[in-house]
Design a binder for this molecule. Structure first.
Ligand code: UD2
Length: 297
């Protein structure tokens, strides 16, 4: 007989029986044609998920870039992450900035910390955005290997509003863009010039994913950032820049290497968009910004 029950393990959890003939969400797709879960509020039990990952003592890294005027977004981003992003887990927030003095001091819970990395200022926003892939690749190679399990790469001009936790963990994880998920794929803003290595042909593509949030196991995100960066650089040598920079390369990559988990647009909404009925919980959302005021060009 069992004498000892570990309070953090699933063994001691009481929860409603799952029924194979019932689906908690019928208004949305909850599994892709390649059998990756699509994560929506109502499709998972957070206590069950936490009980799986808690005993593993996982460590999670997040990257966020704040170059030029984008440092103004750091305070809200970091403070709201403390409230909602993997609360109760070990988290390292890696902030990349050209102005380390502008990184606000945010009170972090035990086991969580902010790490600041200095990067050069660049003059084109397209470069700032696209160069993130290379810097994430280097971070993984030089600092994270051997001490980090999962990594998420996030846009700084955004804020957490609801739980983002263990339900998002997976091998290769990507978020469906809030702007296009009801559209026909012919309208997705994929790179459409065949000369680009980000090209997606008409009639191809599953979803349009956003460049503002993706992640997964360290090794998988390493492969993703390395591949996208090589393709971005090779395109640059040919004098071509994909329509949406690294977001286009990410979309090409996810078409070829299917994600193992897809996060619904709850995981990256946009503040200017009215909430659609299928969005029951807003978790992370881009703030309204005036591009002309904050971008260098
Ligand atoms: C979309 C994507 C973004 C990226 C971009 C294409 C979402 C929500 N956003 O956003 O991830 O794929 O298209 O390039 O999917 N940054 C700075 N300083 C600057 C400019 C940018 O630090 O002067 C960083 C910052 O972390 C920002 C990110 O680059 O969050 C993306 O730039 P953006 O937010 O201006 O791009 P946007 O809104 O077009």
């Amino acid at each position: 007989a069992f004498k000892h029950k570990d309070k953090t393990s699933a063994d001691s959890l009481k929860y409603n029986q799952p029924h194979l003939t019932e689906n908690s969400r019928t208004d949305v797709m909850t599994v892709t044609p390649w059998l990756a879960p699509v994560v929506w509020e109502g499709t998972f039990n957070q206590d069950v998920l936490d009980s799986i990952y808690k005993p593993k003592n996982i460590s999670i890294a997040a990257t966020v870039f704040a170059v030029g005027k984008y440092t103004m977004f750091l305070k809200n981003f970091l403070e709201s992450a403390e409230q909602h992003f993997f609360v109760g887990f070990r988290v390292h927030m890696h902030v990349f900035t050209d102005q380390p003095n502008e990184v606000p001091k945010v009170k972090m819970a035990a086991g969580r910390q902010v790490m600041v990395h200095k990067v050069p200022s660049l003059n084109r926003w397209q470069e700032i955005s696209a160069r993130r892939m290379k810097q994430i690749q280097d971070l993984i190679e030089e600092k994270l290997r051997g001490n980090t399990d999962y990594i998420f790469c996030l846009d700084v001009d955004s804020k957490f509003h609801g739980r983002w936790g263990t339900e998002s963990l997976g091998r290769l994880v990507t978020v469906v863009h809030p702007g296009y998920y009801r559209d026909d794929r012919s309208r997705f803003p994929y790179e459409r010039r065949p000369q680009s290595r980000a090209y997606v042909a008409p009639g191809e593509g599953d979803f349009y994913y956003c460049g503002g949030a993706y992640g997964g196991l360290l090794q998988e995100v390493h492969q993703l950032t390395k591949t996208c960066n090589l393709n971005f650089e090779a395109d640059a040598k040919d004098g071509i820049e994909a329509a949406w920079q690294e977001e286009s390369h990410l979309n090409r990559y996810m078409w070829i290497n299917k994600p193992s988990k897809v996060l619904s647009p709850e995981y990256l909404w946009q503040d200017f968009k009215p909430k659609n009925p299928e969005i029951r919980l807003l978790r992370f959302s881009g703030v309204i910004k005036n591009y002309a005021d904050i971008r260098p060009n």
